[in-house]
Design a protein around this ligand. Sequence first.
Ligand SMILES: [Zn+2]
Ligand SMILES: [Zn+2]
Length: 464
Amino acid sequence: MPRHDGPAEPDEGSGPDPTIRRAPWGPALAQGAHMTHPGPGVMPGLAPHAAPEAPAALEPQLDVFLARHEDELIGFRRDLHMHPELGFAEHRTTARIAERLRAVGLHPVILPGGTGLFCDIGPEDGYTVALRADIDALPLQDEKEDVPYRSTVPGVAHACGHDVHTTMVLGAGLFFAQQAAAGLLPGRVRLLFQPAEETPGGALDVMAAGGIVGVDRAFALHCDPRIEVGQLGLRTGAITAACDKVYVKVKGPGGHTARPHLTADLVYALAKIVTELPAALSRRVDPRSSLSLVWGRVSAGSVANAIPDDGIAEGTVRCLDDEAWHRAPEMMKSLLASVAAAYDVEASLEYARGVPPTVNEATSVQMFRDAAALVLGEEGAVPTPQSLGGEDFGWYLESIPGALARLGVKRPGSADDYDLHRGDFDVDEACIAVGVRVLTATALTALWDGNRPAAEPVEGAPLA
Ligand SMILES: [Zn+2]
Ligand SMILES: [Zn+2]
């Protein structure tokens, strides 16, 4: 296996890129961190019995790795940012990632659709932790000015930070490749670079290609422009919502507005459907599921004195509870049928499944928390609110335990007011090294737990 300093390494003699702002993150961040868990960073061959010194086992290695690779990673992110690709069209992005992984002797597997890939590091039969990144961009114009890495593709931009997610998972992968080559990886890490998160549906392609077969636990980070760099937003339970689209079509005979009794008053019936459905749905599910149907477009008729013969209503269904999400289409269908029948109109429902809610598993969130304490300090983990946005990482968590955390990308102390899915979205690139530290420490925490014997006797405790 080629060493990490093989021929594909960047020319280190080229000097630092003056456009890269050097961040204060580094060893100082770990000061004050203490282990809330004996596991993180304890790797075979690295003083496994000296738990209190464990942070010292991981941190110096990460420091050395990042001192050598941070500029390269920032450059990698900028390259992706300049060449964004939409869902299922991420050919260049896929090639760039695969090329970098092959350069350190890894064997990435490209998904059958031609975009997206996954790549295993470490022993084939070990406890397996997946780190997931999404690689697609959005159909938005990049409105940033004065940055050298502005999108070069009109109408396409990395406005959700997926270029950053990809870079961080790549960075963690390069570090783990180095550890594995030195025999220091206590299990297997699978890097998942999925296509088409925004489309959505890329997660389903990864799963169809066997991408989570053998995976015991999965983790993902998502950029959060409201949290400062150096902090990690955590939440147990639903962190993002299910988001589906509904399309209701109503039909009737039509007629004169003078004689609604001789036909079906379609506009009135449509108005009833639009108001009754959200109300009735909210009474049919546990209010804690936060299931909400909100209309975005209603349309019928063309003139004041004619009852139209058709009309439509379109909207979204958002939900924080997996069970309520699974029941939602059938409930809506029966409620729609009963309201339509009362007004003698025909109604049909098209229900387009989006993504399930992302429901974070408690143990996995604790692993993120332990990792944050290790690499960011005690103040590193902060609570984060539930979002009604959708995220297709939820598909994986229907099958395996795991968690998604919010990575702070806001420049500390700045008045920046960015939001995701906006043309001017940008991050403080110091977040990349932080993300690599968090992902690395989290994966090691999970691997250590997975490999730990189930009934390990506690030292000093009676064995009986
Ligand atoms: Zn997005
Ligand atoms: Zn996103």
